[in-house]
Write a protein that binds this ligand. Sequence first.
Ligand code: DGJ
Length: 735
Amino acid sequence: MPIRHIEAQSLFVLNAGQTTYALKVSEQGVLLHLYWGPALGGRLDGIDHRRGQDRAFSPTLAGAPKGVSLDTLPQEYPTHGSSDFRQPALEVFQPADGSRIVSLRYAGHRIEPGKPALEGLPSTYVESGADADTLTVMLEDKHIGLRVELLYTVFAGHPVITRSARVVNAGMAPLELRRVLSASVDFDTDVADYKFVQLSGAWARERDARFSPLRPGVQAIDSRRGTSSHQQNPFIALAERGADEEHGAVHAFNLIYSGNFLAQVEHDQFACSRAQIGINPFDFSWLLAPGEAFQAPEAVLAFSADGLGGMSRALHRFYRRHLLPIAWRDRERPILVNNWEATYFTFNADKLEAIAAAGAELGVELFVLDDGWFGKRDNDLTSLGDWFVDRNKLPGGLADLAARINARGVQFGLWFEPEMISVESELYRAHPDWCIHVPGRPRTEGRQQLVLDFSRAEVRDAIHDSIARILRSAPITYVKWDMNRHFTEVGSAALPADRQQETAHRCVLGLYALMDRFTREFPHILFEGCSGGGGRFDPGILAYMPQIWTSDDSDAIQRLRIQYGTSLAYPFSTMAAHVSAVPNHQVGRVTPLRTRGDVAFTGSFGYELDLGAMTDAEKAEVKRQCAHYKEVRRLLMSGDLYRLKNPGDSREAAWMVVADDATEALVTHVTVLAEPNAPHRRLKLRGLDPARTYRVRRDDTETSVAGDVLMHAGLPVPDAPGDFHSVQWHLKAAT
Ligand code: DGJ
């Protein structure tokens, strides 16, 4: 049974794949955390033995025996005010008397098959009640009539537990929520024993994996930008000392949310680490009238005893099965060519058709018209919000352009930036108060644009109607949904003064409502998320859009780090990766076309250049890449990732994707900088079946090698003839 309630000990034991998570109701009714780690057997003797010494400066919980202090007890949903001095999961201001004290006590529980959806928020799903079980623990503070429902879901076969919290005002007076985190876990660690893992960066340098020693005090990452951001990702992990790609315990936390978030670990005086994740309390508050409820987003908790690689494979499998939109999660994604870096804003229908036609001859399946097709959008100064075709550039309109492109045998896709408004636009002239702003304050511009106030239904409806009209006007099968600036002067003209701090979260809820509406209304369209590249690469977006433009940096070498970091949490099938021109437009680097292709073989493949302007030799290579990608894309979409060489550590990077049944694999090696008289290099492969023999194909050569030889002796890597050289092997089981 995945969830057991052992009544005699007031114990809940959650068994999820290879992991066990245990909690307990204390004699005082406090919900305690007991254990999260490798799966435990049925006997749990001793699991709830805890130290109960009376500690100096740790106050005794009112009514409890000496030694029982919230300052020292490991808890599941801590609050501040009655002897816990650490970071709380919940803060509630009580306007009636100014109190901030919250004391939650156990009030009941239920265990049910399946998993409920979260109101207004994206969340993981199950397709049948047999796929998961959910434990709901009810806590309450009788003094103020506050109820908290903590949800824990365990999924068959996944070492993953999802958690969320719903707060209900069951009292008579309004309450002001100031912090409602989604998950909080206290576990005993020695500070020297753990590394804090985060994915941090900047525009064009997103999700660089960083590892730092855990230290006493609070280590936190967050976003205050209105989106999950390029700067931080709503993901952290605690990796035990010595953990590497394949060994060691790792506890991961990922938040299904696309706005301001907080993820932190507080290491306390008694070597307990409190890890938390949720909506950022910074600039957040929420008025909860009597009878109202607030739903916090869902957190995904994954445990791996097999290092970072095990963690990633667990998250990837879980997201592919329980998060990505059902209609698209298993579908092969088309090879696309996007005109952005080929033309930027300067194009006409003939030019676009020529790029599509060149692509069609080489094996490309979808042409994407990026920014610049609407309003008077000749540069980025104008027209966001004016979602009607620029007839100067496209006199025949989109239907005509799409027909010309379809006639070449290629599908047609289109770019939008639905959440934005240019000051220089018809929409802004008509509705200057539709953007996020604070009356009387100057409106800061980023990329000469402002953010629409998606907390307002009339704003969402207007944007919906103008975009839906376009989507119905032509055979559009793909949409790139971009978002190119962060929130400033955060305020909504539609909210009263005491609700202004709800604006950012309400905008995220509005965004989800709109994405939900579009994806339901146009189920045949493949939506790709984007925010100046990967500025919103998070599980919230992935619940609606199965792939995201990984970064505006399309340089193959820079992408090694970005894709390595992204792959810690997110599967290849979610990462859009394109071959672009050289010298690269972001870093000026010149890399071989072959390498650019091999590095972009990471799930959702495409091109971002003028295919018509290529030489015959380059076209032949593109043709080869497209044919090869079609041969391996099912594997790349669904296989297990093994990272073999971390691009951050060395002059080389390598990874492989292995089919579920180990009958096929694709191995890629990239030499970053070549060396004279280079050492012999071998790649010890992983995830193969040691008992099988594999046909190992590299370009036109093929050899047969035993699985155990590939895994233990390794695959010899040929010397690189120069910098940025790549090699790819395709393995198929022969026996
Ligand atoms: C930012 C995106 O990341 C780019 O790919 C491109 O679509 C531009 N926006 C267009 O303005």
